[in-house]
Design a protein around this ligand. Sequence first.
Ligand code: 8IG
Length: 276
Amino acid sequence: MTNQSHPLDAPADPFAVAQTAAADIVRLTGVDTHDIAVTLGSGWGPAADLIGETVATIPATEVTGFSKPALEGHVGTLRSVRTPDGRHVLVIGARTHYYEGHGVRRVVHSVRTAAAAGAKTMVLTNGAGGITDTWSAGQPVLISDHINLTADSPLEGATFIDLTDLYSSRLRGIAREVDPSLDEGVYCQFRGPHYETPAEVQMAKSIGGHIVGMSTALEAIAARQAGMEVLGFSLITNLAAGISPSPLSHEEVIEAGQEAEGRISRLLADVIGRIR
Ligand code: 8IG
């Protein structure tokens, strides 16, 4: 940690910072506009190479407002990838988590930058815990809706944004054309970085949750505010605390991701290839 000032510290306008970041991306990639953006969470990394041909790879730290990745093994790059039919996908491998404590502006900066770069679709992926007891580690599921338990919001001031159909049923339909067996569930975002207690998992279950995670809800709200259509995928890397009899370990989470990543990344790339 340093006490240097950051471009997203108040009172800067976060949308102006996103515009600057988007201009950095144009300059560094040579791509004037991106059509789709995708954030790759744990387990989804190999999708970048399957979506198409990489036009440019940029360290996230060269783009205005992006932070260094908190986790060893997180990619920390932005890539411009060209699909076989000539669309441009901005692949975000540098997520800032809410639990890092830099505030929600920095959490959603990548999403706002993607919108400023032209993206009309935001695909959010993550590794998460499963509450539904018929799911198993290594299974990808669609996010159908969310419950934001962070008690925070990316919206500032009296900004009222409708979140009906936030996780687009149209895009979920496209995902199911690729894999009709995809199940879906409600994503509960906790602040983290601790995993839930079994009692908190039971609470999430009783209020209608199926997935527990630490990232996607705040990003999805910002994407909707920016006018993007949102698609969300969770890789269930572990059953949530108390659902499985064994305790959670970060190693287990990494292993489940590695075991599933080839399969789910192919799925993600195929879905992105079909989005219109
Ligand atoms: I990977 O069990 C992963 N991320 N909140 N709970 C929460 N986040 C997670 C979990 C989990 N597994």
